[in-house]
Structure formats: structure tokens, C-alpha cells
Design a protein around this ligand. Sequence first.
Ligand code: FEO
Length: 397
Amino acid sequence: MAVPVIEDIFWVGVNDHKTDLFEALWPLPHGISYNAYLVRDAKTALVDAVKKNYSGEFATDLRALLGNGQKIDYLIINHIEPDHSGAIDSLLSQYPDLCVVGNEKTLRLLKEFYRFPVKTLLIKDRETLSLGKHTLEFFVTPMVHWPETMMTYDQTSKTLFSGDVFGGFGTLENGIFDDEVDLGFFAEETRRYFANVLAKYSVPFQKALSKIEKLETNAIAPAHGPVYRKDPKFIRDLYGRWSRQETEKGAVIVYASMYENTKKMAEAVARGLAENGVKEIRLHDVSRTHLSFILSDIWRFRALVLAACTYNMRLFPTMELLMNFLENDHVENHLLGLIGSYSWANTALLALRDFAKKGSWQFVEPYVEALCAPTPEVLKVCQDLGKNVAQNLNSIP
Ligand code: FEO
């Protein structure tokens, strides 16, 4: 159902509860919205579309809003990823004169994804397009998180259509606007979205955010998650902090354990942290908690302790997968403690240390290693590691 956002602008998005894994990777326990927006003026512009599976619902909502006779003049593609462009062939069959607006990279990807002839309008960074009363200005913001990504700013209503930027997981049938929804819930789901999907591109994010820093915004309208009309600064600040990798006082302990020996060591670290005043502790079994939630916690808290056993003479596979993501995301500004265990090949701790050497971590000693089951002495060293992490955390203002 179309919902008015601000003068002449309507939310025409859809809520997806059917996709279990976003990008075939990230769980969606609370679904996701694909937000599209219609600007009604002398010329009508649609900003972004929705995923292909929702073409029918999308078309019905547009028809209900526009009536049968009214056409859509422009489809502005802020982001060509198919969760926002999949409905384009259905749109074209309904509105054959539709002109697709995008930058050079967008139009190139459009051709490769959809391979049908379509009327296009090539725009450049900071170019404007007048719809009548509304003037749209385009801000090309590459690599947030694809090469073609851009934002569209309506100068008239001061609405920023920001694409994936400022977006998050979670559907919107219980409220579309920041003044209608539980913002605590969406802040969590938005951080998880950022940490899973966008985090690798923190530096381009900072560039994009500084490019739009001076824009006055009455509303921020992202392509996923709530529309911020009461307090757009809320989401700008969150994304600013995450892209600068600003973390909170707290620790994430992630362990890989087959017979609960490594788990005991991880728990001893938690004990050392708790006894020394750290209240925010998140303990995860990397084989049982999806990486999506672990990465989100890591993006939130300053300290990380990794504890893993050896498996087939290598690092335990689920821990190896976490290493891949952390390396790829260029995680910075974290304290790091390491624990390994083995029965007959002492490779886990070596592999963790090799991983850590490639990043910019602040190590907290001691490194701990156990042969088979940890002795009380080894558990005491784990507790000391927790204490040292806590002391480091406590010294941060
Ligand atoms: Fe929401 Fe990058 O697609």
C-alpha cells in the first residue's frame, strides 16, 4: 500500500518475509523491506524499484496510486543490485515509455543484467533533473557498496533518497517512519545489516557521508528499513560511527569447541572480564551462532577474544570462515586476545596468530594454548587474559 512520506512523495515499497537469507548469506528473522518512492509532479519519477518476486504487488500498488491512465516518466536507479531493480521488466511492460535514469556505471550494469532495449538518461555527479515543482540532484557515491551507487536529493522537499546507505534489515508493516517504530530494534537490525553487507566499504562510506554532510534533510528515505523524518540525524550519526569503526566498551568472545574444552577456556576469559567490571560480554559458539550476529557484535564492541581448537591439522573450519570475513572487512580499532587448543597438531593458535598479523589489532597478552583439556593453571591464565582485556577496556575514556 502506498504511504505518503512528504509533499508529493509516496513510499511504494514491499515487505519481504519469504527470503530466508539475504544475498544467500545473511538470515532475515524479521524480514526486509525493499523501499521504492514515487515523486508525483508534472513529470512522475520512481526512485528505485523492488525485487523481482514482488513485481505483481508493486505494480498493483503503483496502479492504485496513479490510476490506470497515468504514466511514470522516470525510473531513477540509485542502486542496480537486483533487490532494487528486479521488477524493472514488469515495470517496462506496464510503462513502456519509462526512461531509466542512472550514471555511466549504472547504465552499463543495467545492460548486462537485463539485456533489453530501454530508454535511458545518463546523468553525472551533481547534475539535476526538474520534474516541475521538484528538482532532483544526483550525488554519485561509488562503492557504498557497489561501483555505481548514488543518492538522489529532492531539493524541493529536502528528501534524501539514499539507496542502501542508512538502510537496515526488518520489515515495515508495523510502521514506516522513525516516529512510528521501535528504534532500538531497528538500530540493532541496521547495525547487523551494516556489519554483514556494507562493512568492507567503511572508507568509501566516509567519503559518501562527507559528500552529503552539508545537505539539509527533512527526511532520509533509504532503500531498506525505516524512513527517518522526525530525526534524520539519528541514522546519519549511527552510520558515521560504524563507518569510522567507533566501538563501545565491551567484549565479544568467540569459540570453536568440539568437546567443550576450548569452551571452558572461553568461559574462563568471560569470568576474568566480569570480575573486572566489564558488563557487556557476548559469548558465541562460532559453529552455532550465525556469523551474521557475531559480526554485528564485533562491529559494536571494542574487544575480541578468539578461542579455537585444531581440526584436521588446521584451524577449526567455522572459525576459519569468521577469519575470512574479518580479514575482508578490514576490522580495525579492536583489542584482540587469542587462545588455541590441540590434541596432536598445534596449529590452531599459530593460524590465529597468522591471521592477526595481517590486520591492525591491538594484542592483549597472554596468548594461551592448551593440550587436550585445559588444566586449572591454563584456565587461570585464560582468566588473566580476561582481566587484561578488562583493564585495557577500563583505561579507554
Ligand atoms: Fe539493497 Fe545493495 O542492495
